[in-house]
Design a protein around this ligand. Structure first.
Ligand SMILES: [Zn+2]
Length: 459
């Protein structure tokens, strides 16, 4: 048994149902579970570990709902810098075809390290290509050394170019192999218990890289094993045209007809969704990983986030793969979500559809309890008794926050994104005084750069 007392935070943001913000706040946890949250003077005064957060903002750990960690190896690749989604994918597929199990391991650790330093305590990843003997196992095992929670999506591609899909034929897998491996991974790694560090998700890549059959069978498998379902949907107008031409349906109609809707389903992007479709998604309680940086970077469009919120759609934030962002900074993504929603409100009112502007607190909510809802978790996303002790602390005496002391909570979103001073997952320190615990970051960066050069140069 181990106990943790966190005390004297300038403000503690609970993100509980009442959205309480507690001045001079703290929490007390036992074995990674929060037992008390409140003003410091009302908490037990002793514990095995005491963290004093005088001068810090204390937030629930941020939750990333969409990523492709392997893409940290192919950031800012010149031939893919100025392309839209389909051109960008076609430029990068041949490079990604050279990935090895060691590349998966290195990129997982680098991407998760970057996420952790930016405040993330739970990350969903979507790995959908497995060249040269790579397996999702490589990612899951590498993630354990970083110490943040991972929802590892067993992605897949089964329709290559010769069958009318987008990926090259040599990158697709047989559908029975995909389903059998997904089933195996759930048996080996999925933990359905509260406080789980690892969960497995079934995740065919997109309408233009898998068959209708695989979508339907994936949904059947996920429901029989009680795991979540994830895919890319309605990301670009190219995809919409592809679905209309090939299936005679809009993207959402297409996947809904394949049993892809409900509280166990979340879609990455969901940019090109009509108001009627938003209402349907809300009725079904489907979820969305909103990826504002990626949507701007690839000129994909603006997701109707405020319509989603008004319609009771579950919405979280995703940094998306690091080749289309090209960073993995959760606090920066919350800021992008705020700014893009405001641009939509002014420039494209039909995308927004609601009065007023998205607030900094709403952006933080997307990044915390919104993300927890998207991933189907009720044990993280807020700081309250019975939840996991997953949190980050931001140093309010930094240059970036100078002059914003009247509202440190809003400053975390409005001001320049900073890195976490401390980050704890299940009551254990992952970042302490701005440094990752137990990780040689310089060596990891060196190894990662070497792997990236080999991959991109083809050597
Ligand atoms: Zn993606």
């Amino acid at each position: 048994m181990s106990t943790l007392l966190v005390r004297n935070a300038t403000v503690l943001v609970t993100m509980d149902d009442r959205r309480r913000e507690i001045p001079r706040g703290g929490l007390w946890a036992r074995d990674g579970w929060i037992e008390a949250v409140g003003p410091t003077e009302g908490l037990p005064q002793t514990a095995d570990e005491i963290l004093d957060l005088d001068g810090h903002l204390l937030l629930p750990g941020l939750i990333n709902t969409h990523h492709h960690l392997y893409q940290t190896l192919t950031r800012a690749v010149p031939i893919a810098q100025d392309a839209d989604l389909f051109g960008w994918l076609k430029a990068l597929y041949p490079i990604w075809a050279r990935l090895t199990p060691e590349d998966i391991r290195i990129s997982t650790q680098l991407g998760l390290a970057e996420l952790a330093l930016s405040g993330c305590t739970t990350a969903a990843d979507h790995l959908y290509l497995f060249p040269n003997g790579s397996r999702l196992d490589d990612e899951i095992e590498a993630a354990r050394e970083i110490g943040i929670r991972l929802h590892a999506s067993r992605g897949s591609m089964s329709v290559g170019e010769s069958q009318g899909g987008l990926p090259p034929d040599q990158m697709v897998e047989e559908e029975d192999v995909i389903l059998a491996d997904s089933d195996r991974l759930i048996s080996v790694f999925h933990d359905a218990n509260p406080g789980a560090m690892t969960r497995v998700v079934v995740a065919p890549c997109s309408p233009f890289s898998v068959s209708a059959d695989l979508m339907r069978e994936s949904a059947r498998l996920a429901r029989s094993r009680r795991v979540q379902l994830h895919t890319h949907l309605a990301e670009t107008l190219d995809e919409e045209r592809y679905c209309l031409e090939r299936f005679g349906k809009r993207p959402l109609d297409y996947v809904e007809d394949l049993d892809w809707s409900g509280p166990d389903v979340w879609f990455a992007h969901a940019v090109h969704i009509t108001p009627d479709e938003v209402a349907r998604m809300g009725g079904a309680r489907s979820g969305v990983a909103h990826c504002p940086s990626s949507n701007m970077r690839l000129a994909s469009g603006i997701a109707p986030v405020r319509r989603y919120l008004a319609a009771n759609v579950r919405v979280g934030l995703g940094v998306d793969g690091s080749a289309s962002n090209d960073s993995s900074h959760m606090l920066a993504e919350a800021r992008q979500a705020l700014l893009l929603a405001r641009l939509a409100h002014a420039a494209v009112p039909s995308v927004d559809g609601t009065p007023g502007l998205l607030s900094a607190r709403q952006a933080l909510e997307l990044a915390t309890r919104g993300g927890a809802a998207v991933l189907g978790r009720d044990d993280v996303g807020s700081l309250e008794p019975g939840k996991c002790a997953d949190f980050l602390a931001l140093d309010l005496n930094r240059l970036e926050y100078a002059g914003a002391g009247h509202d440190p909570v809003a400053a975390a979103v409005f001001c320049s994104p900073v890195l976490a001073e401390h980050l704890y997952v299940h009551g254990r320190a992952v970042v302490k005084e701005g440094r990752l615990v137990g990780l040689e970051l310089d060596r990891l960066v060196d190894d990662h750069n070497r792997a990236s050069r080999r991959l991109v140069d083809g050597g």
